[in-house]
Design a binder for this molecule. Structure first.
Ligand code: KG4
Length: 340
């Protein structure tokens, strides 16, 4: 009999549900929340309220698109954390209730594990191209910047991570401070494509080992713009493409320097990326070009699987389910990685 898994993701500001059958995706529905736009960042309380409104229609739509009835489900996978506690509570409570009412197993998933396994989402009729183990995943999002060594679907180790801001935060905060828009990553990506990345350069941090830091480069850009604006108030307006291109290039250089170091240290040449920032066109093309130079096998998830989605939670949950993992109904969500 087929294993049909319903995945539920609600860790931040996207409510998502997906259905997979024996590892193949049948549906992936995502309701993004527009309510945060006016605030320039995710407002946790508004996010949980929006999840409450979205969760039933999103799950119903995912089941309908997949052509699956609740009674056909084998198990329910859900994001337990890390993320915003109120948001996680909605998905977790819903998953628990459904599992109880259908009398089927519940399987908890670490959100980050979903991102690192995004390349394993299979779709009927599409060629299968998956990294072999062990591989390195550069996990870059609004909340994380990590290099993860993945030894099997269920075994992973964080070998480098940010000591302050995440790279997505650097994109978002700078864009907000410069009045360019929210979320900052896609805005800066678009402007950077029209600019000269070599005209402005920003200081890179010197952090030992494989760890990252992004708060210094953010400050470097903002102070530079402030000083130039004091001399010429139209500086930002006249130079925003070049500024974005230089800033984005600096962030990508920082990410790549440590990834190259990690590959050399571990001898691993299977390289993947994941998380919202892996949608960045500059980062994607740079990973491919570095990979060609360094004989890496590089794997880039499709755009739709880079940001938060339940397909990756369902696939991670499927592996956990196959391994025999079951989550008790008294499980509570956790906001921090360390509490998982
Ligand atoms: O994984 P994700 O959806 O969730 C969070 O961890 O919040 O990542 C969101 C992050 C935001 O910081 C957003 O600015 C960034 O991903 N992002 C991008 C791009 N698209 C989304 N950053 C750079 N370039 C992009 N094209």
């Amino acid at each position: 009999m087929a294993d049909i898994i319903l995945g539920i993701e609600s860790s931040c500001d996207d409510t998502s549900a997906a259905v997979i059958r024996d590892g193949y995706l049948l549906s992936n529905v995502i309701a993004s929340q527009q309510v945060h736009k006016d605030y320039g960042g995710v407002v946790p309380e508004l996010a949980s309220r929006a999840h409450e409104l979205n969760i039933v229609p999103v799950v119903s739509q995912a089941l309908a698109k997949a052509g699956v009835k609740p009674a056909d489900l084998t198990a329910i996978a859900f994001t337990r954390g890390p993320g915003l506690l109120g948001s996680l509570l909605v998905g977790t409570s819903f998953a628990k209730s459904l599992s109880l009412s259908l009398d089927i197993p519940l399987v908890m998933v670490n959100h980050l594990q979903g991102h690192v396994l995004a390349n394993f989402i299979r779709e009927e009729g599409k060629p299968v191209r998956e990294p072999s183990f062990p591989y390195l995943c550069l996990l870059v999002s609004g909340g994380n910047s990590q290099i993860v060594k993945v030894s099997s679907p269920l075994e992973y180790e964080i070998i480098g991570q940010t000591i302050d801001d995440a790279v997505g935060e650097a994109f978002d905060k700078c864009s907000k401070m410069l009045g360019l828009g929210y979320p900052g990553g896609p805005v800066i990506d678009r402007l950077a494509a029209q600019g000269d990345p070599l005209r402005f350069t920003f200081a890179k941090p010197h952090i030992p080992g494989l760890d990252y830091s992004f708060s210094g480069v953010k400050t470097s850009l903002l102070y530079f713009v402030r000083d130039e604006m004091a001399k010429d108030p139209s500086f930002l307006e006249n130079n925003k493409e070049d500024l974005c291109a230089g800033f984005q290039k600096t962030l990508i250089d920082i990410l790549l320097d440590k990834l190259i170091k990690a590959s050399k240290q571990t001898g691993i040449r299977e390289i993947t990326i994941g998380g919202g920032v892996s949608a960045n066109s500059g980062l994607r093309s740079r990973i491919v070009s570095e990979g060609q130079k360094r004989h890496w096998n590089t794997y880039l998830p499709e755009f739709k699987y880079t940001t938060d989605n339940a397909a990756m939670i369902a696939i991670a949950g499927y592996y956990h389910y196959l391994s025999g993992a079951r989550t008790p109904l008294d499980v509570a969500p956790v906001s921090r990685m360390a509490d998982f």
